[in-house]
Write a protein that binds this ligand. Structure first.
Ligand SMILES: Cc1cc2nc3c(=O)[nH]c(=O)nc-3n(C[C@H](O)[C@H](O)[C@H](O)COP(=O)(O)OP(=O)(O)OC[C@H]3O[C@@H](n4cnc5c(N)ncnc54)[C@H](O)[C@@H]3O)c2cc1C
Length: 413
């Protein structure tokens, strides 16, 4: 386990272990917070670690946004992040990935993205931005801590990661639904001679064998990878339902500076929310099928020779078979079939029959003091996007603050 405090942005290399002996969080690392003797409302000492108001799980844009607001309110908290470095969720995406949102829409509360407003940052620039955001606000992020269980004991939340045990009155699970790759069960039946890879593991065309490629899934990731492979000279088939697309070029001058604003800020952020009839109408479809294509247009795919084919029905004799019975001659399959949130470590009664958390604007039903931030269409279509996460983080932080005040009031009475 390592601890990354960001008080000195350039004093140590990113992800470096920095444990300050007098530091409350170093104390937690050594002793755990479960033994907290400090009364609520009192600062901890070296022998009695501070009682945490809230634990944030996930140190991506969602967790850092929540952390920023918790810090503004002076709450005692820690952000636990599984990866060795803040921003790694972005660093691990494919090499050529550029954001589809221009820098004007890649800011987080309190800090603008360090690029001209119309520039589309690379994924590594986004990762570095998150790291400098954590540093700028001196957020208590502890990297290399993968939470393996979240439960409730004696009225408090207990967070476990290996031997580490922390307790808090409130917990925010801060992460997008994109935590674990989802592939259909029949993927296992593919002939090993066919290279198969999920978009989460795809980096560049050199990972694939010579020959044709079947992209399964026609959303944003599938379309962008299809374009890259077609430009690299591959024969590409793309199967999957049409998710619709934005009808203008986001990269054009007018697109970047005017139309993107209307779509991202107007439509995705203000109109398509759970509080509007239109938002409630489109939400189930977006959750089931994903959002519209943002950068790639169907005509781009056609111009590059990408063949749109029906959905994959299964695997027969080790090869993929489409719903119309055809068998594309491919030596590679790239699964762009999405992700699941991987919430198996949350041992709390907050999930519906399909395994999705039951919540209202991120406030979990059935487990007071538990919150989510970053979920797909949590409040609006923008909820899982960089420019939309701040509003949800503020909403949840206000609820956390109310909970802390209530607990302190009760303790003082
Ligand atoms: C390919 C792709 C491109 C995208 N491009 C854009 C774009 O251009 N613009 C835009 O606005 N949005 C984009 N998004 C959507 C969104 O901005 C990203 O998915 C973003 O990474 C979501 O941030 P997050 O903090 O909600 O979740 P994540 O980035 O997934 O961060 C969650 C963090 O939680 C950690 N974690 C998970 N489980 C645990 C655990 N048990 N214990 C401790 N830590 C844990 C993970 O390590 C991770 O770092 C894109 C998404 C994808 C998949």
């Amino acid at each position: 386990m390592s601890q990354t405090r960001h008080s000195r942005p350039h004093a140590a290399p990113p992800g470096a272990v920095h444990i300050d002996e007098g530091d409350a969080f170093a104390h937690l690392a050594r002793h755990g917070a479960g033994a907290a003797h400090a009364r609520a409302g009192q600062p901890g000492t070296r022998d009695a670690p501070p009682r945490l108001d809230v634990i944030v799980i996930g140190g991506g844009q969602a967790g850092l946004s929540v952390g920023h607001h918790l810090k503004r309110h002076g709450l005692r908290f820690v952000i636990l992040e599984a990866h060795p470095r803040v921003g790694d969720a972005w660093r691990r995406r494919w090499d050529s990935l550029r954001l589809f949102t221009p820098a004007a829409f890649d800011a987080l509360d309190g800090m603008r993205f360090p690029a001209a407003p119309g520039v589309f940052p690379t994924k590594d620039e986004m990762a570095d931005f998150l790291e400098s955001y954590a540093a700028r606000f001196d957020l208590p992020v502890r990297t290399g801590v993968r939470v393996d269980r979240l439960s409730r004991e004696n009225g408090r939340y207990v967070v476990r990661s290996g031997d580490l045990r922390l307790e808090a009155d409130q917990v925010v699970v801060a992460m997008a639904n994109y935590q674990a790759p989802r592939t259909p069960p029949f993927a296992r039946a593919l002939d090993p001679a066919i290279v198969q890879i999920h978009s989460a593991d795809y980096r560049n065309p050199s990972q694939l064998r010579e020959g044709g490629v079947l992209i399964v899934g026609a959303g944003n990731s599938g379309s962008e990878i299809a374009v890259e492979l077609a430009r690299a000279g591959r024969r590409v088939w793309m199967s999957g339902r049409d998710t619709g697309h934005i009808p203008f070029r986001t990269g054009s001058f007018v697109g970047r500076h005017v139309l993107v604003r209307l779509v991202l800020r107007g439509l995705f952020h203000r109109v398509l929310t759970v509080d509007t009839p239109l938002g409630r109408k489109v939400r189930p479809a977006v959750l089931a099928r994903g959002g519209p294509l943002i950068r790639v247009m169907p005509r781009d795919l056609a111009a590059l020779g990408v063949r749109r084919v029906p959905r994959v029905a299964g695997v027969r004799g080790g090869v993929p078979v489409l719903e119309d019975g055809t068998v594309p001659e491919v030596s590679n399959v790239v699964w762009c079939t999405g992700f699941h949130p991987n919430f198996g470590w949350i041992d709390l009664p907050v999930f519906d029959a399909s395994g999705e958390p039951v919540h209202r604007r991120g406030v979990a039903g059935g487990s007071p003091g538990l919150y989510f931030v970053g979920l797909h269409f949590q409040y609006a279509l923008s909820s899982t996007m960089i420019h939309g996460v701040g509003r949800d983080a503020r909403h949840v932080t206000d609820r956390v603050l109310a909970g802390v005040r209530a607990a302190r009031g009760a303790a003082a009475a």
